[in-house]
Write a protein that binds this ligand. Structure first.
Ligand SMILES: O=C(O)C(=O)C[C@H](O)[C@H](O)COP(=O)(O)O
Length: 219
């Protein structure tokens, strides 16, 4: 698939998922109930980070047993993890930063890569390869809303998914920016609620977050 097709796919994903839950899953058995809780809250796209040993199995299980969901893999650090995520069935790949290795793999990838950037120079590194969609990471630390407003000048046509340290109450302000396609974060599936298997609590947080995001769109 070409980068142009990847951009279209990412735009389609984020058009229907303005908020992207970033999930760190400790227990493999939590994958299905967590996904069901997210879905009951209106979330059908999620990113599972390869920070835990359960991640790849969870991606594979969700692709098999919840095939209607859109499941991406996050915290991909190198080519080996990229391939493992593809083998597990990940439908998009997210990286916290960009290296030549990852950017090259994304060119010839069956699913889109959303490379992480934190600076103008990193955006240009990806731009040279043809990338036009990026994760801004760690969003709050690298300038947040102010940085995104500044990037809108020189980088017309480039859109971001800010992630990292974004507090829930700030999400509508991020979504109000034209160069923000979506916002990612752990707030919709907080580690404490997963640890307590508080699935109803996660459903409630998702419903509230989606309502806040939708209210922003109608502003
Ligand atoms: O390493 C990666 O590729 C990641 O996926 C990092 C996560 O996107 C952020 O850590 C989000 O977490 P919060 O800051 O709790 O919302």
């Amino acid at each position: 698939m070409s980068l142009a097709e990847h951009i279209k796919t990412l735009d389609r994903i984020f058009a229907s998922a303005r908020v992207l839950p970033v999930i760190s899953l400790r227990r493999a058995e939590d994958a299905l109930p967590l996904a069901d809780a997210l879905e009951a809250g209106g979330v059908t796209t999620l990113e599972i980070t390869l920070r835990t040993s359960s991640a790849l199995g969870a991606i594979a299980q969700l692709r098999r047993d919840r095939a209607h969901l859109c499941v991406g893999a996050g915290t991909i650090l190198d080519g080996r993890q990229y391939q493992l995520a593809l083998d597990a069935g990940a439908q998009f790949i997210v990286t916290p930063g960009c290296t030549e290795e990852l950017l090259t793999l994304g060119l010839d990838s069956p699913v889109p890569l959303l490379p992480g950037v934190a600076t103008a120079s990193e955006i240009l590194q990806g731009y040279r390869f043809g990338y036009r969609r990026f994760k801004l990471y760690p969003a709050e630390v690298c300038g947040g809303i102010g940085a995104l407003k500044s990037f809108a000048g020189p980088f017309a046509g480039i859109r971001f998914c800010p992630t990292g340290g974004v507090a829930r109450h700030k999400v509508p302000d991020y979504l109000a920016l034209d160069n923000v396609m979506g916002v990612g974060g752990t707030w919709m599936a907080p580690a404490e609620l997963i640890a307590q298997q508080d699935w109803a609590g996660i459903t409630r947080v998702c419903k509230e977050s989606l309502a806040e995001a939708a209210a922003d769109l109608s502003r």
